[in-house]
Design a protein around this ligand. Sequence first.
Ligand code: URA
Length: 245
Amino acid sequence: MSLGEEVADLVGQIRRQLINSQEIGLDAPFLSSNTRNYLRTGPQMDVAPSGEDFYGSSLKELEDFVGNCDRCKLSKERKNIVFGEGPSDARLVFVGEAPGMEEDVAGRPFVGRAGRLLTGIIKAMGLTREEVYICNIVKCRPPGNRDPERDEVVTCLPFLKAQISLIRPEIICALGRVPAQSLVDKDFRITRDRGQWHHFLGIALMPTYHPAYLLRYPQAKRQVWEDMQKIMKELRLKDPRESRD
Ligand code: URA
């Protein structure tokens, strides 16, 4: 983590702590008006995708800013940009790797087989797909579903950072190795390191297996469910299975 990222992480954690205090009626009287503003609106966009400045304040403005992107080589073969979908005040953001063939055609994230499994996981958590935000590390399909390459991730990551800065969710769930390596640590090993809390931009991040991995290795579902229960506990969600008679 660079010093800048460390500071952003720290500021984000302090912000969340202050918001939590406000929510339970503790208003800190020593805050300057700038700090109060910051608490209310979140950081103004401090990311500069591809060296350009983005000063918008909504996901729609960000999507317009991304435009018909040709900032990296993935633009050559993609059909549609898969920006991401969900409410701008989602408490939980799922970050996958990259759009696959079906997502490329539909222009929507996680609509194929792995997506149906993800939708099932979200339901099992007592949420609906419409309540969470779903996006990917890169917004265009890598040819042949290969892993996104470093230059592609570096080019696209500022847009994900901007999305997360706008949404300010309580929790990010990284689905699989590629998002965990991009958001946590390049040496992250999903089998060794999943299921532990990390932070990205000051937001709690839980890495777990990608749903496509679960299609190949259904025995890993139990571990994913353990990871989801940690998220549910943080979000104070009740396990819907427990209330069944
Ligand atoms: N796999 C991903 O990582 N993302 C999608 O959107 C679909 C499949």
